[in-house]
Ligand binder design. Structure first.
Ligand code: GMT
Length: 387
């Protein structure tokens, strides 16, 4: 099968999930074409011969306020379809990627048009889609897709209920690579390991990973940590970058936590950090899935998070982590302390987290579900169709 993937190239969850999925299909022998404005953040795998990257280049012109990137994306995709005979376009995020996919599908001069599969990730519906400026285009882009997927039951129901979209939306969760995200082997006795760089042996290491946007409530992470650090020896790693990072840095300093909180910025090898951490914090106000929480679970790290959106479908409350109300930093701190203050409790949460990640969200299981969607949209089994 020839697959074209449209995605955001930055460090956000939808781009990461799209890249991992595409690489999974490539490893299974399909030909995968990534189409984006830059090489996707997670496209770090050394050259698989059946993986292509096609760069979208939008022109600037004094008459335009901003480059017309969506139209450039549709044009580039049409070229890719005509040159490579694409069977399936998988658009990750409704506007602009499903929109560009539909435009390309409908305008190509090819004997056989590809099908468009759209995966909804969250903010494409809950923030962008519901904004009146994009509502009708988002509805159209979803309804004109040949198949639609949402990453959680919550998001599928929300899309139908809040956007009035008429589409049969299949729920397929994000996947995690259990080889890449796994618990670390025991610490090096000479103290040279990664964990020792960040925490003393008798301290707990908490971590938060995000794009530091307002939905992540990164200041709550600092406030939760302040309360945890008052009750037990602990350090906090803040990984990622975004608009709310300066406020989080300022709050850590104001609360006298500067030496205990490290802001590591954005880097791709988060698996190394997760594997040596004791607890993951995700106090978001919106989260249709929470891919970073799943990656923590696969690393054997319990999660303390908000009870919102799709997070209860990822974190098994009381088993692989603890969920609290949005903004209740005291309850989140109490939850973190209850896990971290007893080694047996922490170990049993960690084991259950890893087991659930491998059972419910394995790449193999998720790839199979996506392949079924492709086959349904194509109207024939992909493997048997000779496509
Ligand atoms: O909001 C973000 O952090 C980025 C956004 C994206 O599109 O990259 O994340 C959304 O998609 C992820 C992958 O499916 C989900 O894990 C996140 O929960 C979702 N974010 C929100 O719903 C806020």
């Amino acid at each position: 099968m020839n697959l074209a993937i449209l995605l955001h190239s930055g460090a956000g969850g939808s781009g990461v999930a799209a890249t991992e999925l595409g690489l999974g299909f490539a490893r299974a022998g399909h030909v995968v074409h990534f189409v984006a404005d830059r090489v996707p953040f997670r496209l770090t795998e050394p050259s698989l011969p059946n993986v292509y990257f096609h760069q979208v280049e939008a022109m600037t012109y004094p008459l335009f306020d901003a480059p017309l990137t969506t139209l450039a994306e549709a044009s580039k995709l049409a070229e890719v379809i005509e040159e490579f005979g694409i069977d399936v376009i998988h658009a990750h995020y409704a506007v602009p990627h499903a929109t560009a996919a539909i435009l390309a599908r409908d305008m190509v001069r090819a004997a056989r048009r590809p099908v468009v599969v759209t995966t909804l990730h969250g903010t494409d519906v809950t923030l962008v889609g519901l904004n009146r400026a994009y509502l009708r285009t988002t509805q159209y882009s979803i309804e004109r897709s040949d198949a639609v997927v949402a990453v959680s039951r919550y998001l599928a129901d929300y899309t139908v209920r809040e956007m009035g979209v008429r589409a049969d939306i299949r729920v397929i969760p994000n996947a995690v690579d259990p080889q890449r995200f796994r618990p670390a082997p025991p610490a090096a006795p000479d103290g040279s390991g990664l964990r020792q760089r960040f925490a003393h042996p008798d301290e707990k290491l908490l971590v938060h990973i995000s794009n530091f946007r307002p939905v992540k409530r990164t200041e709550d992470v600092i406030r939760v940590f302040e309360r945890v650090a008052a009750r037990l020896g602990a350090r906090l790693l803040m990984v990622g970058d975004g608009p709310d990072r300066p406020a989080a840095v300022a709050l850590a300093s104001e609360l006298g936590l500067t030496g205990r909180v490290s802001f590591l910025g954005s880097f791709p090898r988060i698996e190394d950090v997760l594997s040596v951490s004791d607890l993951f914090l995700l106090p978001s106000v919106k989260e249709s899935f929470g891919l970073s929480a799943l990656e923590a679970m696969a690393s054997g790290v319990p999660v303390v998070a908000s009870r919102i959106g799709g997070l209860p479908e990822v974190v098994d409350d009381g088993v692989t982590g603890l969920l609290c109300e949005v903004g209740d930093v005291e309850a989140m701190a109490q939850a973190a302390v209850s896990i971290l203050s007893d080694p047996a409790t922490q170990a049993s949460f960690g084991r259950a987290a890893r087991a659930r990640a491998m059972r419910e969200f394995s790449e193999e299981r998720v790839l199979g579900m996506v392949a079924e969607v492709y086959e349904g949209a194509l109207g024939v089994p992909a493997a048997a169709s000779g496509r």
